[in-house]
Design a protein around this ligand. Structure first.
Ligand SMILES: [Mn+2]
Length: 457
């Protein structure tokens, strides 16, 4: 049965990111991907012949977009508006809560939300009311209810109510380690502040598509459309797309419509004890094995001899091997050995704990399929790949639970899932005090520089 009313919900397109005003360096950049993602979402709005598009904020990456970013975003939006599909755009925090002015955005079918508003759209005998609030950058928890009141939603009789906002709500999840926005933070809006009269909250701000369950099951679901492309490596395993909301006689339903985006992956190289030829061979192996048009980050770590690695032209090597891919290399995990010190460069294939004085009395070894071999106690742990290279050092109050978090099913969408697939072996030692765990963890990280102890860089 045909829907009575359709809304396409998108957000966080970040047009202008990696679209340089003056390209200072050659090589591929991601900016055009983000423009392409916006265009694909708008093409879906057209093919679905929706009654309304809601962009829930951060259309632009900046409050002052370059002219190329402005044109890239505004022309397709304008064409959609010309074709009779209205679009409502909520300003996000990247736009400093106010959309930039452009003569191209002055159009009867383009509604830039510059203050809390409600509009009613008749659809047959159903009245759809859409309320919207510009992003409240700071203090959202305190001021949200007053801003919602200012939309005047109570003065608009409606059968279906939609609210468009660009805010973090409590329990929303994002980022490398599944950060969960706490209800106590001053910028986080409580789900309980959404009146139960609303049927759908079209939210922006969190790059990961997700639905938040109502606080007490009365208010509507809060839905983040998510960014339509992976902007950072923190999103590398996230599906991307937009949300199609349909009003049927039986009520409102919505579904996420995924579209393909470029594959993203993160690769560790632990260099301790290895030479230049080995590193180049390893790099080449990774780069030639990438999926077509992949976006990859090679994360190099370890303690190395500076002379071995001076004058490497890695970017040229990578670009000549794979001109279709975008490969970043992060050297944050590298430390150079001081030749005058007695600090030796050794492969860590034996045990990361070998360098400790005194040597630990007992080391617990486990594999990803045998995590029960780890005690449910406080300790420090090390993770290695199949070649015995150290990937990561951590501490935990419950070693087994932590290993499950890193390696278990729960990590399918989190940052760790990419490289933890390479974990072949874990080791741990027990400590009785948290202070000891902290001290030993810090000493081992500074000694070995494991490549994945530099997350989010
Ligand atoms: Mn935002």
């Amino acid at each position: 049965m045909a829907a009575r009313f359709k809304i396409l919900h998108t957000a966080d397109t970040h047009i202008g990111a990696e679209l340089p005003r003056k390209p200072r360096r050659s090589g591929p950049r991601r900016g055009d991907d983000f423009v392409d993602a916006l265009n694909r979402v708008l093409a879906l709005a057209r093919s679905e012949n929706v009654n309304l598009v809601i962009h829930a904020g951060d259309l632009f990456d900046s409050h002052c977009p370059s002219s190329s970013a402005m044109l890239a975003a505004v022309l397709p939006i304008r064409r959609l508006a010309d074709d009779g599909i209205p679009i409502l755009i909520v300003p996000g925090n990247h736009e400093r809560c106010l959309l930039p002015e452009s003569p191209f955005l002055i159009h009867p079918n383009i509604l830039l939300v510059d203050k809390p508003i409600t509009l009613t759209i008749p659809s047959g005998d159903t009245r759809v009311a859409v309320s919207a609030i510009p992003c409240i950058h700071h203090g959202g928890r305190e001021s949200f209810t007053a801003a919602l009141e200012l939309t005047g939603w109570k003065n608009h009789a409606a059968d279906v109510r939609v609210l468009a906002v660009h805010q973090a709500f409590d329990t929303a999840v994002c980022g490398p380690a599944n950060f969960r926005f706490p209800a106590t933070h001053a910028d986080v809006v409580s789900r309980a502040h959404i009146p139960s009269e609303f049927n759908y909250v079209a939210a922006g701000h969190i790059p990961r598509h997700q639905k938040l369950r109502p606080a007490d099951r009365l208010p509507p679901e809060i839905v983040y459309a998510g960014s339509p492309d992976r902007i950072t490596f923190a999103e590398k395993d996230e599906p991307k797309g937009c949300v199609l909301i349909e009003l049927h006689a039986t009520g409102l339903n919505h579904r996420f419509i995924e579209h393909a985006v470029r594959p993203m992956s993160v690769w560790p190289i632990a260099l301790s004890g290895m030479d230049r030829a080995w590193m180049l061979a390893e790099m080449e192996k990774i780069v030639t094995g990438l999926a077509p048009h992949a976006i990859a980050q090679i994360r190099v770590g370890g303690v190395i001899d500076r002379a071995q690695f001076s004058g490497l032209r890695l970017r040229q090597i990578v670009e000549s091997l794979r001109p279709d891919a975008i490969v970043q290399t992060s050297f944050r995990g590298i430390d150079f050995a001081d030749p005058s010190s007695d600090r030796t460069i050794a492969p860590t294939s034996a045990s990361a704990f070998d360098v400790l004085e005194p040597r630990p009395a007992r080391i617990y070894s486990a594999t990803p399929t045998n995590l029960r071999a780890l005690p449910k106690s406080r300790g420090v742990y090390a993770m290695y790949d199949g070649d015995g290279r150290l990937l990561y050092i951590g501490k935990a109050t419950d070693l087994r639970a932590r290993a499950r978090t890193h390696l278990g099913d729960a990590s399918a969408t989190n940052y760790f899932s990419g490289w933890t697939r390479q974990v072949a072996r874990l080791e741990s030692l027990l400590v009785s005090e948290d202070d000891d765990a902290l001290r030993i963890e810090a000493a081992l990280i500074s000694r070995h520089r494991p490549p994945f102890n530099w997350v989010g860089t």
